[in-house]
Design a protein around this ligand. Sequence first.
Ligand code: BGC
Length: 507
Amino acid sequence: MAVVISSSGNAQAFEAKMTVYVFICVIIAAVGGLIFGYDIGISGGVTAMDDFLKEFFPAVYERKKHAHENNYCKYDNQFLQLFTSSLYLAALVASFFASATCSKLGRKPTMQFASIFFLISVGLAAGAVNMYMLIIGRILLGFGVGFGNQAVPLFLSEIAPARLRGGLNIVFQLMVTIGILIANIVNYFTSSVHPYGWRLALGGAGVPALILLFGSLLICETPTSLIERNKTKEGKDTLKKIRGVENVDEEYESIVHACDIARQVKDPYTKLMKPASRPPFVIGMLLQFFQQFTGINAIMFYAPVLFQTVGFGNDAALLSAVITGTINVLSTFVGIFLVDKTGRRFLLLQSSVHMLICQLVIGIILAKNLDVTGTLGRTQALVVVIFVCLYVMGFAWSWGPLGWLIPSETFPLETRTEGFALAVSCNMFFTFVIAQAFLSMLCGMKSGIFFFFSGWIVVMGLFALFFVPETKGVSIDDMRDSVWKLHWYWKRFMLEEDEHDVEKRTA
Ligand code: BGC
């Protein structure tokens, strides 16, 4: 499949305006990211609501009532975790189907499928009268996320004028964080609506799903997708429309050329296994693992639960989640601003040290002061919240957006969508692992869980230091020569392939 994108740093100088139409398209498509964020944020609040627990998880509700028996274990329940995590497993599977619909049918229908999955799933989950409806609803939501997360970042990259591409890519992450924040606010207000607050909270996702469904009727297909599917005239007309200029010949030719090259690669997945694909492949997959093992989703999914664990009341816990959500959104702007200035490596390294300190402080306070049955003092609880906020800040300008940006800009054209699809599903897999395991880990490891994540932060910092080269300002189609061939470790794979090519030619 062909994806024609160039980095913001070395954008080809095709004639283009930032048209109102492109702006509208970007906003509508990014609503897909907002729904993803809403789902991340909503489950923690819903699973902390008594009405919800009474109806579906009575055992957890009983245990919670006797919370003084064990702080760390009151929410530990495999089914409760399955409610949160099933979505990600479904999204993992769905992203492979979505990769196929993206190339065969286009980005726009893939987004429309996503919105239909979202709508059906919201109906099922918000109207659930038994566990099956609830879980099937979550699974369909996962399908929506899989389709949306595959199509939206690609759509954004292809529709944006080249010089704005880096920043526009992070609009996706920005919308994710806004979705999480909206969910936190909705959780806060619906928690006092009895007994149906949780239905309103889960049903809330219907609003952006409708915006995506109807909004997607207004947006265009991307020129690359049209040209790739041999609709060349329509592709050229769309290009003129979105660029706001008559002369689009150069950009059009470059897309046609890219499509020709991509068509020659019959099996991109085999190509991904070749040595030359090793650097973006290994980095792209490991970034997903590391992004999740920063422990961010332990906070995002379970913030209210976590704050209750350290002794906040129900309302205070939900309110604290609103505060962390706000910080998450604001700090993402810092990422948008810095990513093309300080570069990717600086952000990854700075935040590794930053997040490490926060995790250690939280772990030490909990280890020293929160025993299995007591609560934290007011000041200590406040310090925990402050360090959770600082931690979220560090994540939001680094591993959060870069986890999506780096895999979208480092694969060569021939394997770009397939490489990205693998990265999306890898992200979903590790998100699933954390969602499924966190509450049991909290119960088993107690405050030690924060030292566990700290250990991984050390590993990922070292990985970034030695294995993630700077890609700021490098043209997306020039990674091989300007980045991999110059890197102390990755260059061996490039040489290996060059030697292989020479052997093939002389044989
Ligand atoms: C991650 C999510 C996370 C979110 C937090 C995203 O980049 O993929 O798993 O919940 O950031 O803002």
